[in-house]
Design a binder for this molecule. Structure first.
Ligand SMILES: Nc1ncnc2c1ncn2[C@@H]1O[C@H](COP(=O)(O)OP(=O)(O)OP(=O)(O)O)[C@@H](O)[C@H]1O
Length: 237
């Protein structure tokens, strides 16, 4: 297999003096979808925040495209090509869909065709129908799609998605799954944190099960699907 895009060794994270992640080691390869799954409070969100430099964390090594993330501020990590869509979907509610997309525009790396609103509207057809609508007039699911689309406008090689299916209508969850599959087909790697097991299982190549801040399982999604005892114990599904 090629060199990993994102590599994290022995990642630990803290809120004040409380340690919440313990020596997490994993890799994300180009063009794959990996799900971080686990119960409420297991540490999924914190893992994504720690990668982006948003919580106090340490790792023996954390690299993206071979470059150390060690002391980089969040905006520089994003500029290396690692997109991040937090749980609370930071879109500009006063701006329209089209304007929101423009705020995310950054050049593509050499040899890659840049994302444009037209290409994104093929991925998220419902956004195409509302390109003149303000963010404040969109449902939570539509805002979530816009947040992802805006991040893609920055032409990332990989994207971290925090609970993309949370609190959104089942029909939009279905669209989201299709959009993530299409992103993967376009070569964007995805690391997602998810509580919705059916959603994660339907779109992910690999899975990492987190329990109380530690990795309990790491392997293919097919392996995890087959391991009923582990799923019942760690995920309750
Ligand atoms: N800002 C914070 N300050 C202190 N502790 C926190 C903070 N945010 C999260 N925690 C704690 O860190 C642990 C991991 O939380 P985290 O949000 O990463 O879990 P999660 O797996 O993403 O769960 P959820 O699905 O509920 O978001 C939990 O015990 C949580 O209570």
């Amino acid at each position: 297999m090629n060199a990993p895009l994102l590599e994290v060794w022995d990642l630990c994270a803290f809120y004040g003096r409380a340690q919440v992640l313990f020596d997490l080691t994993f890799r994300l390869h180009a063009g794959e979808v990996m799900a971080l799954v686990g119960r409420n409070g297991a540490g999924k969100t914190t893992t994504l925040k720690a990668i982006m430099g948003l919580v106090s964390a340490s790792a023996r090594q954390a690299t993206f495209k071979g470059q150390s993330l060690g002391r980089l501020p969040t905006y520089k990590i994003a500029r290396l090509g690692l997109g991040y869509v937090p749980e609370d979907r930071r879109i500009f509610t006063d701006l329209t869909v089209a304007e929101n997309l423009e705020t995310g525009r950054r050049p593509a790396s050499a040899g890659r065709s840049p994302w444009t609103p037209e290409r994104l509207f093929r991925l998220f057809p419902n956004l195409a129908e509302m390109s003149g609508r303000r963010g404040s007039q969109m449902s939570g699911g539509e805002q979530q799609m816009l947040a992802i689309a805006r991040t893609l406008m920055g032409n990332p090689d990989a994207i971290l998605l925090d609970e993309p299916s949370e609190g959104i209508a089942p029909v939009i969850v279905q669209m989201m799954a299709e959009a993530i599959r299409a992103m993967k087909a376009e070569g964007v790697a995805v690391l997602l944190s998810e509580q919705n097991w059916a959603f994660a299982a339907g779109i992910s190549d690999r899975a990492c099960v987190i329990e109380r801040g530690e990795i309990r399982f790491q392997g293919s999604m097919a392996e995890l699907m087959a391991n009923e005892a582990l799923r019942a114990d760690t995920l309750g599904v």
